[in-house]
Design a protein around this ligand. Structure first.
Ligand code: AMP
Ligand code: ZN
Length: 111
C-alpha cells in the first residue's frame, strides 16, 4: 500500500504528532482538528475500511475499541468523548486506511 497516506505515517515517511503506539496501532493528532482533542486511532495493518474487516480482525477491532477510553483518560477527557468511524465515500471517509476518530475537550454539538 505504498500510496496510502496512513501507511506512510506508520512507516515514518510522513511526520505525525503521535500520542500513543503499540504493536497493533498508532494514535496521532488529526492535522485538521474538529475539537480541542482530535486523535486518529489507526491500525498498523492496512485495511481499507470497516467494510473490509472480517472475523480475522476481531482481536484488532476489540483492541482499538478498548483503547479509546484509555487514550481519552490520558488526554484528560473526563467529561466524555466522541468516536467516529467513517466508512466509504458516502460515509464521509476520505482516507481509505481504517481509523477511528477520537474527539473531545469541549461540549460537542449533536448530530
Ligand atoms: P476520514 O474522513 O474519516 O477519512 O478522516 C480522515 C482524517 O485524516 C481527516 O480528519 C483529516 O484531517 C486527517 N488527515 C489527513 N491527512 C493527515 C495527516 N497527514 N496527518 C494527520 N491527519 C490527517
Ligand atoms: Zn494504509
Amino acid at each position: 500500500m505504498s500510496d496510502c497516506l496512513f501507511c506512510k505515517i506508520i512507516a515514518g515517511e510522513i511526520p505525525s504528532d503521535q500520542v500513543y503506539q503499540d504493536e497493533q496501532v498508532i494514535v496521532f493528532k488529526d492535522i485538521n482538528p474538529s475539537a480541542p482533542v482530535h486523535l486518529l486511532v489507526v491500525p498498523r495493518l492496512h485495511i481499507d475500511s470497516l467494510n473490509d474487516m472480517d472475523d480475522t480482525h476481531s482481536e484488532l477491532i476489540s483492541h482499538m475499541m478498548l483503547l479509546l477510553p484509555k487514550i481519552a483518560k490520558e488526554q484528560g477527557l473526563t467529561g466524555g468523548f466522541r468516536t467516529i468511524l467513517n466508512t466509504g465515500t458516502e460515509g464521509g471517509q476520505l482516507v481509505f486506511h481504517l481509523h477511528i476518530h477520537l474527539l473531545g475537550g469541549k461540549q460537542l454539538p449533536g448530530f
